[in-house]
Design a protein around this ligand. Structure first.
Ligand code: SF4
Length: 378
């Protein structure tokens, strides 16, 4: 039997692989242990982020101890996802047998087929073969949002997406998207930047394709959400002709986009590829079209100084004054990114106090406080 460890954080990745591979989804570790003790599990697959790394490492240690006691090589442990892709050697050190770096849909079935034939794999770290045509993989779990675009041409220094999926954008066709959604349910979509749908390079909107997609999706009976959870848009893509489409076809209350910093100097340092003005323009356009801007910020970038932070707080206050909300993160040096190995800058007391007060009022949400705690930042 093949099993996937399912967590609240990996359900979107597992939902892409499970329809191709099949097997059993394990929601808890005890269930996995029962299957291992009964000798029923041949292959076990994990997908996880760096935040989950230590918890997963403990589970793998327990599994490997049992394997040793039983003098068994099963279950064979395979890992993929953000942490294994960014830190494959660390993932092997944790105790996994094989690591897939990048995309798994083509490579994982090949690995499983070889392992099922008791064939040895040449390498422990295997580069995932990227999918050129997303339509080829139309076996999608109908309970999860449909991935309409994969890959990102931008190179934000803190982000793992280009490391996992590359810089080349690939779009699922409209026909295939329509085939993959349930026309009687609400529609939510996965993409790094919803407004780049249909654009060959992913660097500017393709209004014609966007409108056709939304028009077709709107024919369903459910509500249509675009540019909001679980996806977002880039601020420089918020223009009159893109936001007009959301207002015309979608049911969103919010438009979700990333500012990350209120300082143009910091935006350059983190290679965001947009300016503070793009964010201000996006906020103002949201107001004009009765959408609530929900804007991502990251605090504590390496080399962030008081001046950068003051500019971020000014932008944050502007967004709130305009009726928007802020989604705040504390910088984490994720593996495989430009900032891997760097240290977050501690925040001053005044910023922490303001973020805390705004969180209590429901104006700031996000994991900034948890991310600060897990990194032991004073
Ligand atoms: S943060 Fe968004 S735009 Fe930047 S690289 Fe990641 S996915 Fe692309």
């Amino acid at each position: 039997m093949i099993g996937f460890k399912l967590t609240p954080k990996n359900r979107y990745s597992v939902s892409k692989l499970y329809p191709i591979i099949g097997g059993k989804l394990f929601k808890n570790f005890n269930e996995i242990m029962e299957h291992i003790k009964n000798g029923k599990l041949n292959i076990l697959i994990y997908s996880f982020t760096s935040l989950q790394r230590d918890k997963i490492a403990k589970e793998i240690e327990i599994i490997n101890k049992i394997k040793k006691e039983k003098k068994s090589t099963h279950p064979i442990l395979i890992a993929g996802g953000p942490h294994p892709s960014g830190a494959p050697n660390d993932t092997l050190k944790i105790g996994f047998d094989y690591v897939i770096v990048g995309e798994g849909e083509i490579t994982l079935p090949k690995i499983i087929s070889k392992l099922n034939q008791n064939k040895e794999l040449n390498n422990k770290i295997i580069m995932g073969e990227p999918i050129n045509d997303l339509d080829e993989f139309d076996k999608i779990n109908p309970m999860t949002p449909v991935e309409i675009t994969r890959g990102c041409p931008h190179k934000c220094g803190f982000c793992q997406t280009p490391q996992i999926f590359g810089n080349k954008v690939r779009h699922r066709s409209i026909d295939n998207i329509l085939k993959s959604i349930n026309p009687n349910s609400d529609v939510r979509l996965i993409t790094p930047n919803a407004f780049c749908y249909g654009s060959e390079t992913g660097t500017k909107p393709n209004i014609e394709k966007l409108e056709l997609l939304l028009k077709k999706l709107r024919e369903g009976k459910g509500k249509l959400f675009f540019g909001t959870f679980p996806s977002e848009v880039r601020p420089e893509f918020i223009q009159k002709d893109t936001i007009e489409l959301v207002a015309k076809y979608c049911h969103n209350k919010y438009l979700h986009f990333g500012a990350q910093s209120g300082s143009d100097e910091m935006l350059k340092l983190i290679r965001r590829g947009h300016t503070v003005n793009d964010v201000l323009n996006g906020v103002d356009l949201c107001k004009d079209y009765n959408l609530i801007p929900k804007v991502d910020f990251i605090f504590g970038f390496p080399n962030e100084n008081e001046f950068h932070r003051k500019e971020s707080m000014e932008l944050l206050n502007y967004i709130i004054k305009k009726g928007g909300k802020v989604h705040a993160h504390y910088f984490m040096p994720l593996v495989g990114t430009n900032f891997e190995g760097s240290s977050p800058t501690p925040l001053d007391k005044k910023t922490l106090k303001t973020l805390g007060q705004l969180s209590q009022k429901g104006l700031v949400s996000g994991s900034w406080s948890y991310q600060r705690d897990v990194q032991n930042i004073q």
